[in-house]
Design a protein around this ligand. Structure first.
Ligand SMILES: [Zn+2]
Length: 426
């Protein structure tokens, strides 16, 4: 592990001013332009180009130019072949040289490749351990639930650390005895899995007492946070981590901050009213597969208030989910974004409580699935949604309400989603 990065994350004061962040970015990019960009056939000629003038990248264009962009001389087809073989065999040890190769399917179904060199893996481990390791002097046991293993995440293993991987594709019941035997001090899982584990804990199927619980890989809703917090009796931390790296994580105060120590993050604002934006990242710690002027389609809601922790890194109120999942309702003054938060709050505040729900918008038609709903829930829900639309000055779309939840094997599925062709907002 990179000791310097670990200590800095754990004990460093961080950036107290915007000027300090700017200066850090200036220095980091000066080095990056000199030492890294010339090694990428794609970027070699761009070493003096301002960041915002570089070719705009998305997951598609990054994959299209993968072979020329990466600095390791790795061919895209070969990387795909290795990553696919790992997925099928569930043996995730193969690497190309010392570079680990991973595959991301994402919610859009589009496949992406990512690379990590030993240096990148160490940095990742150091930052996360620095921030979230409960006690540096004590051995820790980490349970990590994820869709696919990758050498990236094994870096954390050392004599002080027992690290066990739980494959999300394994049947849920097989996890419980293993998890109980491990008795993790740190539990890391996607939000939906945390919720299921919290229910298992509440029903007495498991009795864990983790010191840290960290939600990764998908948006943690306030409802799920509360359920997990109660079940495990500790604060739920959040790491907003995509294939593209660690974009944000919670501070000591439990608030999300963008990871501006690693990357420069610009905002493509899609809803001026809330300031909701899609991040455009320039990562100066990523030296294998360069990420420059790279636009993500996640929607982030900023929080302009300073955080009591003192960090000047931009504070995020929440991650709204994918841009393609934001609801847009028509109104007299044009279409407006209806945030997932507004939908969640509306359902959470219904007079008759609901155990769980799904909201799916398709072709301007809204279908809401309710679990364990009372007979009066449907009327209450219609009233509450009509009131929400009136407040936002938009028209409520056609609304169908169903009992029970749709069959849903995929843990990546969110409660609120929109099914449509990808929308381009540039
Ligand atoms: Zn903070």
């Amino acid at each position: 592990m990179s000791l310097k990065a670990l200590l800095k994350t754990r004990y460093g004061k961080g950036f107290r001013t915007r000027e300090a962040i700017e200066a850090h970015h200036q220095r980091s990019f000066a080095r990056f332009r000199r030492a890294v960009m010339p090694r990428s056939p794609f970027y070699a000629d761009y070493a003096d180009t301002p960041l915002s003038d570089l070719p705009r990248m998305t997951k598609q264009t990054l994959m299209a130019h993968f072979t020329a962009i990466n600095t390791c001389g790795i061919d895209r087809e070969k990387a795909f072949e290795i990553a696919l073989r790992s997925e099928q065999s569930r043996d995730f040890s193969p690497m190309i040289g010392d570079v680990s190769v991973g595959l991301s399917t994402g919610t859009s179904g589009q496949r992406g490749l990512f690379l990590a060199t030993p240096k990148e893996r160490k940095l990742w481990a150091a930052i996360l351990a620095g921030r979230f390791w409960p006690n540096l002097a004590r051995p820790q046991r980490v349970a990590f639930f994820m869709r696919a293993d990758n050498a990236l995440y094994r870096t954390l293993g050392n004599p002080l650390l027992r690290f066990e991987f739980f494959d999300l594709l394994d049947p849920f019941d097989t996890h419980l005895p293993r998890l109980q035997a491990l008795a993790p001090t740190v539990l890391i899982a996607p939000a939906s899995m945390l919720k299921v584990l919290a229910i298992a804990q509440n029903s007495g199927q498991i009795a864990l007492s983790p010191k840290r619980v960290i939600s990764v890989a998908e948006t943690l809703s306030p409802e799920d946070r509360d359920i997990a917090k109660q079940a495990f009796n500790c604060q739920i931390d959040e790491v907003y981590q995509a294939t593209e790296g660690v974009l944000a994580f919670t501070c000591q105060e439990g608030n999300l901050h963008l990871n501006e120590a690693w990357m420069r993050i610009e905002r493509d604002i899609i809803d001026p009213q809330t300031g909701a934006f899609c991040p455009i990242i320039h990562d100066f710690t990523r030296e294998s597969l360069l990420l420059l002027n790279y636009r993500l389609n996640d929607v982030l809601i900023p929080n302009p208030d300073p955080c009591p922790c003192g960090s000047a890194c931009m504070r995020i109120a929440r991650i709204e989910g994918r841009e393609d999942d934001a609801l847009w309702w028509d109104g007299p003054n044009g279409a407006k974004m209806v945030s997932a938060e507004a939908i969640r709050t509306t359902i959470a505040c219904l007079p008759s409580p609901i155990t769980d729900y799904r909201v799916i918008e398709k072709d301007k038609h809204l279908t809401i699935w309710l679990e364990d709903a009372a007979p009066e829930s449907e009327t209450e829900l219609r009233h509450a949604f009509a009131a929400l639309a009136a407040r936002l000055d938009v028209n409520l779309p056609a609304l169908t309400i169903r009992n029970g939840l749709p069959a849903e094997p995929d843990f990546k599925r969110r409660r609120i989603r929109v099914e449509r062709q990808p929308r381009h907002c540039e």
